[in-house]
Write a protein that binds this ligand. Structure first.
Ligand SMILES: Cc1cc2nc3c(=O)[nH]c(=O)nc-3n(C[C@H](O)[C@H](O)[C@H](O)COP(=O)(O)OP(=O)(O)OC[C@H]3O[C@@H](n4cnc5c(N)ncnc54)[C@H](O)[C@@H]3O)c2cc1C
Length: 389
């Protein structure tokens, strides 16, 4: 795709997305067209479509922002294509989606602005996206979907559980990647979760799940997961991970369950002969929210290249906390806990310009932390995080 084509696609999308209520209208119009022109496509989606709409617009926006970076976009689309096999989608479904998206875009773009050149640019862009996804799906030899049986459910905080599953066959994901998951109590509502352990030959996998207030799926996982139930998992996605030959030091920053993909990477690195220096900052609201410090303490104590610093926004535990003392006390290998907003704390301890950075947490935590680091002089090309949808 040449830069003019990319510019035309981006400008039209941004014009619609920038309007008051534009993203919601675009998503509603897209799904309305898709479901009326291709009624069978409705079966791929959940009954409740509200969070689906939000995700769609964020996913389009994420893709369009990377149209000029094929080295990053094409692997992402290929992963997405492999993951979409879990729906049983066929090439004709991609045509249905592309046609409906273009129809929705045209509907909300000024008639005078939607020229023939723009129409062709959208055709070209959507064709590249669809072809990349279809090709990757067709070439893939791993299963479209894995079945995992829950073998352990452990409550670690009031609203956070650790779930261990055994997969029907091993999944060869890279530590730091994430997978889409469907639980039996929420059919067709796939959500991304990050394995908290590296892949293993026995197909054992662990997830940390926090119930998001008002969410459709996460409170159901936290409240209703039972031993023996079966979850479905799609193909691995994402580009976090520490390459074997990396020379730059690493800075890892996480909050809440964001620790999962980072501790998986640290566990994988602990099996290697040499590693770059890594400083992990692990954050939570209260000191008692730092639920995984025991594992991190063991990793830090055994691996001299790893430094772990706990950070909490509040210095005290909430009144309802039944435990006593600070969870990090008595744990070897950990730096003393710091207090403050994690992005601000880490940025204040810089400079970190000699580091590769990974940030994992809620979308707002990732964005705030990234902003703080950039304001402190960090170059964006060295900062990595998963897509925020
Ligand atoms: C790459 C990736 C990896 C992820 N890994 C994990 C993981 O390992 N463990 C885990 O618990 N979750 C993880 N998530 C988040 C998870 O996929 C769901 O988005 C989250 O559980 C909410 O789903 P829900 O159905 O309960 O909420 P929804 O019904 O989808 O959303 C309800 C409301 O909550 C908001 N919301 C959604 N997610 C969050 C959030 N994280 N923080 C604050 N508000 C939010 C939405 O904007 C919406 O307003 C990951 C997300 C991504 C993108």
């Amino acid at each position: 795709m040449d830069s003019r084509t990319v510019a035309l696609i981006r400008t039209t999308f941004k014009a619609v997305a920038a309007e008051e209520g534009g993203p919601e209208k675009l998503a509603s119009s897209f799904y309305a067209t898709l479901f009326s022109d291709y009624p069978h496509a409705r079966d791929f989606f959940p009954a409740a479509m509200d969070s689906q709409r939000d995700r769609l617009v964020k996913a389009i926006s994420y893709t369009l922002d990377r149209l000029e970076e094929p080295d990053r976009l094409l692997p992402f689309l290929a992963q997405l294509g492999r993951d979409h096999r879990k729906y049983g989608v066929k090439p004709e479904h991609y045509v249905a989606v592309a046609t409906s998206l273009k129809t929705a875009m045209r509907r909300f773009t000024d008639t005078e602005m939607w020229t023939e050149e723009i129409d062709t640019a959208w055709d070209e862009g959507l064709a590249v996206i669809a072809e990349t996804m279809i090709e990757a799906a067709e070439e893939e030899t791993t299963p479209a979907v894995w079945t995992g049986t829950v073998v352990e459910r452990r409550v670690v905080l009031r609203n956070l559980i650790v779930v261990r599953l055994r997969l029907d066959q091993p999944m060869n994901y890279a530590a730091g990647q994430y997978v889409s998951v469907q639980v039996p109590s929420r059919p067709r509502m796939w959500r991304y979760l990050s394995p908290a352990v590296p892949a293993n030959a026995d197909g054992e996998i662990e997830f940390h799940i926090r119930g998001v207030f008002g969410g459709w799926v996460s409170p159901a996982i936290v409240g209703q997961t039972k031993i023996g139930e079966q979850w479905l998992l799609g193909s691995p996605l994402g580009g976090l991970g520490v390459p074997r030959n990396i020379e730059r030091k690493m800075l890892m920053i996480c909050r809440g369950t964001g620790v999962a993909p980072l501790r998986a990477q640290l566990m994988a690195m602990a099996q290697r002969r040499t590693n770059p220096e890594v400083h992990l900052f692990v954050g939570g609201h209260h000191p008692c929210d730092l639920y995984d410090l025991e594992t991190l303490s063991r990793l830090a104590a055994a691996n001299p290249w790893l430094t772990v610093t706990p950070v909490s926004e509040s210095d005290a535990n909430p009144w309802w906390y039944a435990g006593s003392g600070a969870p990090e006390a008595e744990l070897p290998g950990l730096r003393p806990r710091l207090t403050g907003q994690i992005g601000k704390v880490v940025a204040g301890l810089g400079p970190w310009s000699d580091r590769d950075v990974q940030i994992v947490g809620s979308p707002s935590m990732v964005q705030t932390t990234k902003f703080r680091l950039m304001a402190a002089g960090m170059q964006t090309e060295y900062i990595r995080h998963d897509p925020l949808f």
